[in-house]
Design a protein around this ligand. Sequence first.
Ligand SMILES: [Zn+2]
Length: 440
Amino acid sequence: MKIFIKNGHLIDPTRKIDEICDILIEDGKIKELQRLKARGKGQANSSEPRTQNPEQEIIDASGMIVMPGLVDMHVHLREPGFEYKETIKTGTEAAVRGGITSVCCMPNTNPVNDNPGITEFILRKAIQEGSCTIFPIGAITKGQKGEELAELGMMYDAGCVAFSDDGRPVMDSLLMRRALEYSRIRKALIISHAEDMSLAAGGVMNEGLLSITLGLKGIPAQAEEVMISRDIALAELTGGRLHIAHVSTAGSVELLRTAKKRGVAEITAETCPHYFSITEEAVVGYNGNAKVNPPLRRKKDVDAIRDGLQDGTIDAIATDHAPHHKDEKSGEFDNAPSGISGLETSLGLSMRLVDDRILTLSQLVEKMSAAPARILGIADKKGAIRAGADADIVIIDTNKEYTVSGADFRSKGRNTPFEGWTLKAQPAVTIAKGRIYRWE
Ligand SMILES: [Zn+2]
């Protein structure tokens, strides 16, 4: 099966392409790319002879932006164990709706993905029911208990691309050291959920004046920063490959900036759309949908996150898509689980960074596609539109606006603090796993 995308404005930072191109796809791979300039003025459009081929699907992308499918390195798909919140099927449907064609799924399922059997189960289900590609992330420690290293080597061989106890920090520094030593040998990434549990204990929102006013127990910014400091020190000690998940504070950005300047090992970091879009004020009214971990911070933190994205301190944008059931989120704020259903609003929220001149469109594609693919070691297949790569593509109308409505989500999780927001750049077409998804 051939797919021909014509006259789209292709943005691919990996090859510094920012121009009108035609793209030919064959059997799920990029076959050929033709730049308009190379085609020459007045010459017949190279699509003409192909339009008569019934075996070929033609997509007219005139006036639209075409970019490599987004790679989301931080997603909770909930299966196995919490299928009432999300499944591999619904989660990947939500991903392609959001322009995301590769997702990394975190291991905090039930059972935990801490052995090759679970990794294989996820990969099998992904092939059968997944709308996009899934790259599993294995747990660092058995049962995410932080006591004993999991079977990292066997999980890596089974298909895990990274390891994390996400949702829980690895509090034991020696264990974290061992994990980072392993990462250096096998080139497997260690993703840190940076949170000092004793400092954060019992907290449900950012610690400060607002938490006192609302009578809610706070989590200080330092709970994140203390842990990032430790992990940078351990990366320095081991030379391991450390990636910091969901950076949320100004202090964290500064720590990473300094470490990167010093040239400490291979440190990378991600943030999520909610940390550069809203502040702790979203919690006012005890809005459970604004409860996340790490918590939403202050304006100065949001500004620092934006600066960190702009100057390259923060490499990637990931969603930390964490779907929950409506009943869980609508109860008492203290008891509500943390998380935002983020796959379907990520691109639109991130596009605001382009409107605010924080990032160029090309830099945005870098943060959401090329960089995560590179960090995960999958850049040979994902995150670029080049001959031989997987045909993961998103086509968007950057001018069309839409209103966020949780009720319209493909995800089972409707938990969003962005209900009613007007966003731009919802994908018109996503191509993933050789299939074309079109929306009006
Ligand atoms: Zn997470």
